[in-house]
Design a protein around this ligand. Structure first.
Ligand SMILES: NC(=O)c1ccc[n+]([C@@H]2O[C@H](COP(=O)([O-])OP(=O)(O)OC[C@H]3O[C@@H](n4cnc5c(N)ncnc54)[C@H](OP(=O)(O)O)[C@@H]3O)[C@@H](O)[C@H]2O)c1
Length: 257
């Protein structure tokens, strides 16, 4: 399956890097497509129409609002995979009528082999069926995605929630890491030392959560001795409104995703 990336920006590049297959790349900024194609051992093409003609599957990597304009250029696509946030399968089918369509929500850690990708399950009306060949493309794609991500199949109605859970998570975790490094620097640590420790600490905490069956309370209790420093730190985070801020952030993402 020859993939063609329509848009060679941050997310498409991360996904392409994680999948690690030579691919066709196009971007209005030619250098961006060339850089990605060189990295993949693929080929940069001069236009969206050429990409659509040469690729077996076109991966939509542009912004959601560019769907109609991009589809005018890439209308010859044989099949389409979308990573566009908040764009329903119905809109993708309208833009690429009769073609197999797969809707994904990936996150950028796919670029380092540690991504999460949600694959949308469409709610079909009785008597409706997906275009011919769609199931086979979806199966092959899921195999490729497993190279670089935990793959979850979700009803389409939950894709906005998936975006709020893990699509945006690298930014939230980075913000938390940055604030922790700032605090450590204030206490005399070098940014480099603090940065290394924070990243390793986040990695270890995620591994512990997995090992303890995602039981967040068990992991927290395992660190929190009565009257100890973790208990004081957690209290300070609660006072600072961390839980409430996370709820608001979730709603803010779901409202538009
Ligand atoms: N970033 C994430 O973490 C993330 C996660 C999940 C999903 N997504 C989705 O991924 C998509 C891309 O996001 P991004 O963050 O990677 O944005 P980005 O870095 O700005 O990449 C988008 C790229 O598409 C190019 N482009 C614009 N119009 C195009 C067209 N008609 N045909 C082909 N390429 C075109 C842009 O070029 P110009 O700069 O010249 O416009 C840019 O290089 C969005 O739909 C977003 O919802 C992103």
């Amino acid at each position: 399956m020859r993939l063609g990336y329509l848009g060679s920006g941050n997310m498409a590049s991360a996904l392409a890097r994680g999948i690690g297959e030579p691919a066709l790349c196009f971007d209005p900024v030619a250098d961006r497509a060339q850089a990605l194609a060189s990295e993949l051992g693929g080929e940069a093409v001069a236009g969206a129409a050429a990409l659509a003609e040469q690729a077996d599957v076109v991966v939509l990597g542009h912004k959601p609002g560019q769907l109609a304009a991009a589809a005018r250029e890439a209308g010859a696509a044989k099949a389409v995979v979308s990573i566009l946030g908040g764009v329903p399968i119905a809109d993708l089918r309208a833009a690429y009528p009769g073609r197999p369509v797969v809707r994904l929500m990936p996150n950028t850690p796919a670029g380092v082999g540690k991504g999460v990708v949600a694959v949308a399950i469409e709610a079909l009306e009785p008597g409706e069926s997906a275009p011919e060949g769609e199931a086979a493309i979806r199966a092959e794609l899921v195999d490729l995605l497993r190279r670089c991500a935990t793959v979850v199949e979700l009803p389409e109605a939950q894709m906005a929630g998936a975006t709020a859970v893990f699509g945006v998570l690298p930014a939230y975790v980075s913000l938390f890491a940055e604030a922790t490094v700032d605090a450590a620097v204030r206490h005399g640590m070098t940014p480099a030392d603090a940065g290394r420790m924070v990243a390793a600490g986040i990695e270890g905490s995620a591994a512990l959560l997995r090992a303890q069956d995602h039981d967040t309370l068990a992991v927290r209790r395992g660190v929190t001795s009565p009257g100890g420093s973790t208990a004081r730190g957690l209290r300070a985070l609660d006072r600072g409104g961390l839980r409430e801020a996370v709820q608001d952030a979730f709603d803010a993402v779901v409202d538009v995703a």
